[in-house]
Design a protein around this ligand. Structure first.
Ligand SMILES: N[C@@H](CCC(=O)N[C@@H](CS)C(=O)NCC(=O)O)C(=O)O
Length: 213
């Protein structure tokens, strides 16, 4: 039995990624949502794993923290979650690592907030990061004819999805090819299921809702 611990669906971009991967892998799992930024949450998170963060995947007695480690675990169980071609696979894995380690300015000034729609201006550094993100997407999209970064859907697309939602929430300018790619991500059935649940949530995290105001 698999159990995925996640944060608020409206806000937790890291939780969304492995949730999408497990759905695409068609691995059945139970999910437990831990409401973030409420008193006592840190000790609850620390009980799950030393990282003290969500997502965490429980596989029997084993606890796997970190979105990319969970995605990789799924890819070891189910074929084709990473691109088949070895060069594409390397690029996709590097891309996911970059999504975790880079783009801090983008994340800080446009935190995932699925219900939000704003035209607030973002600082120059953050806008430069949004250009850099689009350039990466275009580079990968140009390698194949398919709708997704590496042709067929892969873990890289799960890692790009929360960034696509930010382009929409914060009304960030994008070129036509990037926009078409984002439309594919936003029309994905699993994403729509996550978003549907997110939009029903009534919890708010004020500092996140006020970014840019
Ligand atoms: N690198 C981690 C980041 C996880 C992360 O920062 N999760 C946030 C929620 S989106 C969290 O648990 N924050 C609560 C805290 O740090 O107290 C991953 O990819 O899973």
């Amino acid at each position: 039995m698999l159990k995925l611990y996640i944060g608020n669906k409206n806000y937790s971009s890291w939780s969304m990624r492995p949730w999408l991967v497990l759905k695409k892998a068609q691995l059945s799992f139970e999910e437990t949502l831990i409401q973030l930024y409420v008193p006592g949450v840190k000790s609850r998170l620390n009980q799950l794993s030393p990282a003290g963060t969500v997502p965490v995947l429980q596989v029997g007695e084993q606890m796997i923290p970190d979105s990319l480690a969970i995605a990789d675990w799924a890819a070891n169980c189910v074929p084709n979650l990473w691109p088949k071609n070895e060069e594409d696979k390397q690029l996709a894995q590097n891309f996911c690592r970059q999504m975790q380690e880079d783009f801090g300015e983008f994340r800080k000034h446009a935190p995932m907030n699925l219900r939000r729609r704003t035209t607030t201006k973002m600082p120059k550094l953050a806008l430069e990061a949004t250009d850099k993100m689009q350039a990466l997407w275009l580079e990968y999209l140009a390698r194949h004819d398919g709708p997704f970064l590496f042709g067929q859907w892969s873990i890289a697309d799960a890692f790009a999805t929360p960034y696509a939602t930010r382009f929409i929430s914060y009304n960030i300018e994008r070129n036509a090819r990037a926009d078409t790619y984002m439309s594919e991500l936003m029309a994905d059935d699993d994403f729509l299921e996550w978003e549907f649940e997110a939009l029903k949530e009534t919890w708010t995290i004020e500092p996140v809702d006020k970014v840019g105001l």
